[in-house]
Design a protein around this ligand. Structure first.
Ligand SMILES: [Zn+2]
Length: 105
């Protein structure tokens, strides 16, 4: 457990491997498969909010476009938002989430 707030030093989209790779300020390098990441989209539409169940779960079948990461933009100083091939861009993945998903926090 660490309460140090880590930020990426760099990140890149690797289309050939269909993954997103983050290099952190502590030197750790973590990778996220596109489909896995799209499935974990934390936005209200995908993940649900309140009584709304959301549209994505473990059995959701995605199209190729839905799991193609085209761009990634920083959100404030705390996270990133990917743009997917179908235009979906409302999921904010915080650095904390990404670190935790990789077993670093
Ligand atoms: Zn979403």
């Amino acid at each position: 457990m660490s309460d140090v707030f880590h930020r990426p030093r760099d990140w890149k989209i690797e289309p050939a491997e269909k993954r997103f790779v983050v290099t952190w300020d502590d030197g750790a390098v973590t990778e996220y498969g596109w489909e896995e990441m799209r499935r974990a989209c934390p936005c209200a539409y995908c993940a649900g909010e309140g009584t709304f169940k959301g549209t994505v779960d473990a059995t959701t079948k995605f199209t190729e476009r839905q799991t193609t990461m085209t761009e990634v933009h920083p959100v404030g100083r705390y996270g990133v938002t990917p743009v997917w091939g179908d235009g979906h861009d409302t999921g904010i993945y915080t650095y904390k989430m990404l670190r935790r998903a990789a077993g670093l926090e």
